[in-house]
Design a protein around this ligand. Structure first.
Ligand code: S3P
Length: 433
């Protein structure tokens, strides 16, 4: 499916965002380990989250839609999963595969985690190696580096481990394995990655302590208490409309009920450093997560540097940040972001290629990129490279690029943001033809 986008004279109105992807994955998994029925309202019904639902069903856990926006997960406790009959299909979802690996490592049965070509290229040694240190029997292609992963149930024991990269997927995988391990599993992160797993495990009665970047969980844990959760809107989805409204003159947009967990909102800091005024309204806490409405108006931007601890706090937002930087005065520099090379695509390479096709001045670096602005963009037909975040970035670029922009293979957007197009249409009537 191709998406054709034209410039508009402003984004205006108020919208709700679909549920947070990271929180939905975790709610499904933790619900499946609880003793009893968990209710998840406002869950994200995206391709990636459906992959997690499919894996859980294959493990014998009933996952049913109760009302339009509510899922019920009927868990049978920490030992309630059953040996799957076939390969567990993680489709294109790295979160599904890495978090499932942590939970399967301690199960008394055989399982295989597989998926589509895009996922089969992504590194899994970052979870397989520390899981082996905990006693897991786990193998994969290329000496255990790549999926499919094969796991044979084994008794686990706690370890003390320093993560080589700031990754919430690795941290969460090991914390979840720690629920099944004998003794303490202690993890030290090199930077602040998203902390939804820690918040949600603690709320389920798990003995888990966090001091700065050090997290410790004591196992074996008791069955988790069931969830009754409303999932906040996904900040990473809100990011496209935040930047769209900043860049398109005459815009004023209110994004309602968005999760503003500080381990996720690095883009707000970066945009504010670029001169953007974004107001948080009606700040509240819901289900253990901070939530707010975001108000944003169009505004001129200046260049900034993004590096260090800010990087993991906005790891999914670099495609849209790069677009914002094309319109900012000066050279925006991104450093310490080599992780971008192992996302759904090599995002340093694909961001550079896609934005250059629209006329952007952007140079790749081994661990980031430099963008020179402001540069007028010119519409073209550009491939999404099968990367949902790149596809949405290109669609927002189409709102400011001269002429028409065609996003090729835009159907991948549904991996994280089903309902992106109708929301774009609601805020910017006439943008999509
Ligand atoms: C996620 C963590 C991040 C992020 C991904 C979701 C999670 O990955 O890019 O979209 O839900 O834990 P890394 O932990 O690999 O950085």
């Amino acid at each position: 499916m191709n998406l054709r986008v034209r410039p508009v004279s402003g984004l205006r109105g108020a919208i709700d965002l679909p549920g947070d992807k990271s929180i939905t994955h975790r709610a499904l998994l933790l619900g499946s380990l609880s003793a009893g029925a968990s209710r998840i309202r406002g869950y994200l019904d995206s391709g990636d989250c459906r992959a997690t639902m499919g894996c859980l069903r294959a493990l014998g856990v009933p996952v049913e839609q109760e009302a339009e926006d509510t899922l019920t997960v009927r868990g049978a406790g920490l030992r309630g999963w059953r040996e799957p009959e076939n390969v567990l299909n993680c489709v294109r979802s790295g979160t599904t595969m890495r978090l499932m690996a942590g939970l399967l490592a301690g199960q008394p049965f055989y399982s295989v985690l597989g998926g589509e070509a895009q996922l089969l290229r992504r590194p899994m040694d970052r979870v397989a190696q520390p899981l082996r240190l905990m006693g897991a029997q786990i193998t994969g292609r290329q000496s255990g580096k790549l999926p499919p992963l094969t796991l044979v149930g084994a008794p686990l024991h706690g370890i003390e481990y320093t993560l080589p990269v700031a990754s919430a997927q690795v941290k969460s995988c090991l914390l979840l394995a720690g629920l099944y391990a004998e003794g303490m599993t202690t993890l030290i992160e090199p930077g602040p990655s998203r902390d939804h797993t820690e918040r949600m495990l603690r709320a389920r009665g798990v003995e888990l302590s966090s001091q700065g970047l050090c997290h410790a969980v004591r196992g074996p844990a008791n069955d988790l208490t069931p969830l009754d959760l409303t999932v906040p809107g996904d900040f990473s989805s809100a990011a496209y409309f935040l930047v769209g409204a900043l860049l398109v003159e005459g815009s004023e947009v209110r994004l309602r009920h968005v999760g503003v967990n500080p381990t996720r909102t690095g883009l707000l800091d970066a945009l504010r450093a670029m001169g953007a005024e974004i107001t948080l309204l009606d700040e509240r806490e819901e289900g253990g997560e901070p939530v707010a409405d975001l108000l944003v108006r169009s505004q001129g931007l200046r260049a900034t540097t993004v590096a260090g601890d800010l990087v993991p706090r906005m790891i999914d937002e670099f495609p849209i940040l790069a677009l914002a930087a094309t319109q900012a005065e000066g050279v925006t520099r991104v450093r310490d972001a080599a992780e971008l090379r192992v996302k759904e695509t090599d995002r340093i390479a694909t961001i550079v290629e896609a934005l250059r096709a629209l006329g952007a001045r952007i140079e790749p670096r081994p661990d980031g990129f430099d963008v020179e602005g402001p540069t007028p963009l010119v519409g073209a037909a550009v491939d999404s490279f099968g990367d949902h975040r790149l596809a949405m970035t290109l669609a927002v670029a189409g709102l400011i690029a001269r002429g028409e922009t065609t996003v090729l293979r835009a159907e991948w957007i549904a991996d994280s943001f089903p309902g992106f197009e109708p929301r774009l249409q609601a805020l910017a009537p006439g943008a999509l033809s």
